[in-house]
Design a protein around this ligand. Sequence first.
Ligand code: GRF
Length: 208
Amino acid sequence: MKKGRIAVLLSGRGSNFRALYKATKEGKIPAEIVLVITDKKNALGAASAREYGIETLYFRRKDYPDRVLFDMAIADAIEKRNIDLICLAGYMRILSPEFIKRFRGRIMNIHPALLPCFPGLHAQKQALDYGVRFSGATVHFVDEGVDSGPIILQSVVPVYQDDTEETLAERILKEEHRIYPEAVKLFFEGRLEIKGKKVIIKNEGDSS
Ligand code: GRF
């Protein structure tokens, strides 16, 4: 069977990228990461990608007159390489509607909260400040809004009274690294169907 082709967009540390990479290498996902794109020259995740021998491209926002042209240059690079799925992994930019239109239903993101609670930046701090007893991680398809697209998988973690942003982030991150590869696997198995706001997982419970 032909392997699926993934592009990862990242801006920083890249731990989710590495979790995805590991899952592909271990044969847990019937796809491979063939392209990594970063908007930050020194992103740690991009350094890992180069080490793994994955084609890694750096796009500098300053080189483009506006956000849409910047996004279109990235979209062209992705299209040229016949990518099936784009995984945002700590990519710190909001994609333009023009970009979303070109890849609708084929862009995923991971967010460190139980959406629709606490979208946007500093989700762990938002959860602590609000005083919720549980938070978690969400993998979702990306639409034009901020962290508002159809939800694929979620995982819940407890929030403790003595948690700091760091301890909570660490607990959530473990779950991120578990459910992101799982969601990507479901995608490449053809088991995700978007119906309006909802994602239907076909044959749920069937782990074969
Ligand atoms: C993660 O917490 C992810 O949920 C959020 O940004 C962070 C990226 O971490 N979107 P990493 O770069 O994958 O380590």
